[in-house]
Design a protein around this ligand. Sequence first.
Ligand SMILES: [Zn+2]
Ligand SMILES: [Zn+2]
Length: 214
Amino acid sequence: MVDLLGRAGGLDQAVKFIESMPIKPDISIWSSLLRACGSHQNLELAEKVFQQLIKIDPLNDAAYALISNIYAKASRWDDVNWARKKLHELGVRKQPGCSLIEQNGTVHEFTAWDFSNPQSAEIYAMLDEIKGRLQKQDLVETSSHHSERLVVAFGLLNNPPRTPIRVVYNLQICRDCHSAMKLISQAYNREIVIRDNYRFHRFVYGNCSCKDYW
Ligand SMILES: [Zn+2]
Ligand SMILES: [Zn+2]
């Protein structure tokens, strides 16, 4: 709801909605609102929302990136510098991307360039096959060994045919992987559902449910 209201520019309504919620707003709700503040350039509200976000998650680098962009649009260069400095500090400690998939009651975990899974040889062969198929569709590859790719290759290898591949990813899916997932869903006729730390992405027949909105 907050996302919908925010996207449509109803920032006041989104705030009222949050205030009326019976549960405490979490990171994803504040992040949605902060993104909406950025799209509609409401600096005053953005700063308040940013404070709420940082209170819950002081290491939230996405929040600093968002506020830095909002400050930049408002030409508040001192604040931009402050946010970028913070972002740099956080980057040093930043957690690595990690993707999870459940298979017959076992959770498998993947990081980028991960070779720890016993099926690694098959997974990397699968990634090469995927790469071949995507190249035919003119996708320039820079992220072919991100954990999201490994986990989806694992899903393609192990999930029964025509069943959806469901993944949980701890960061925000990158633009390259997002494009790749759309093509993979089409090329392999597979539904792929990725819950990243912002939203659900459901890839079917070359499209994503988020309509390419982050
Ligand atoms: Zn990626
Ligand atoms: Zn998406």
